[in-house]
Design a binder for this molecule. Sequence first.
Ligand code: BG6
Length: 479
Amino acid sequence: MTAGRPAPREPGEQGQTLVVIGARGDLTARLLLPGLGGLVAASGLTDLLLVGSDRGQWSDEEWRALVARAFADGDASGPAVDTVVRNARYVAADATDDDGLHRLLACRKGRLTLYFPLPPAVTVEACRALARTGLPPGTRLVLEKPFGTDAAGATALNELLHRLVPEDHVHRVDHFLGMSTVLNLLGVRFANRVFEPLLTAEHVEAVDIVFDETLGLEGRAGFYDVTGALRDMIQSHLLQVLALVAMLPPSTLDQLDVRDAKAQVLRATRVWDDRPGRFSRRARYTAGTVDGRALPSYADEAGIDPARGTETLAEVVFAVDTWRWAGVPFRVRSGKAIGAPRQEVTYWFKAPQHVPRGLLGEAVGNRLRIGLGPRRLQLEININGPGDPSTVSPVTLDTSFGTGDLLEYGEVLRGVLEDEQPLSVRDDMSVESWRIVEPVLDAWREARVPLDEYRAGSAGPRGWEDLVARRNGEGTAPV
Ligand SMILES: O=P(O)(O)OC[C@H]1O[C@@H](O)[C@H](O)[C@@H](O)[C@@H]1O
């Protein structure tokens, strides 16, 4: 998506420094560095100083060994990769403390990018400390979700960030926006005359955005138990996907055009009928087996407070109040520890308005399914099968997407290092996403929606076989 052009520089700048604050955290080794390794290998980026920083004492050698392992995990090799590993440095520092920050800032060469793969409260503390110490001109800040914990928190965080750097130097990372299939939504929708004119309320009955996973808690109790599926997945990644699924065709792929089009969708999005008590569901898993792995009940996982009632599966129906989508339910769901999980966007087309009398068989409404994993596109249509030519039955046209050259984090980091922002979440969107889900969080806090249960490895709670359907604002029958 990005053009591969060199990032603009401040006068006199040479090279760039990427400081990963929280370098010894899980996300750094598992996702960030493998993605960065692929990017370094693909772009031949040798003038990058990669600085790891964390509270604990560590040597440069220990950091370099971690970087080398993670780059190898991302299948990255070659001279540029070796150079970046060889030059990498580690600085022991507490990023919420002025002395630590001074030590960190002193090691930079060229343009500075500070990456915070940290919990929101620590990121805020670090930004407050940066506001005291000051930042070299041209510094870029990179944040991981969640961006605040509610709309007021996101607004306050944005104000704090804007005291440090202008908005166009802030990258709010959402790695779903680096997924090749998510990026493919743009190609599928806007490069095909046969799809885009039909993706409107006139022809589409409902849109589903589902991202269920086999993964359970995976040792992330500290983060997940105060977050839950609604905040972890729907408020962030899936509302970003919804914006791409529903946005008007942008004039160009420039960040301004794409982000304006997405922001317009988010501003128009609200819980269906403004009734979160009715148009949302939540559940959590009990003990079971997923992919041959035995999982304990969520409530029995180490570090969990069962009384908190955190959901591991959430479903919400949204309306997008625009001419194009008026009356079309967007059913968004994400769950953990789901057997045979679905990860896809589905446009459900209305039935044909007239099927000629005499045509036999069952003409089903067409479906366009865009797989987020596995990456494929399926179009369900009606044709006549073998035998009577006037008898129709459904068939599926099925094709795979090409994979991207880079891992998701590599794609996102390319935007960061090349100073392009179409894949990052703009300040206004970070607040809108909270505004959209807050009525659901309130309804759940007030116990207006029961917390259901489902066995780990099952498809979800009994009675949830179909997504919540919303027709004329009533009923729970499938569309
Ligand atoms: O499938 P991916 O790329 O790992 O993305 C899903 C993950 O996305 C993360 O942002 C969530 O915090 C995780 O809970 C989730 O498992």
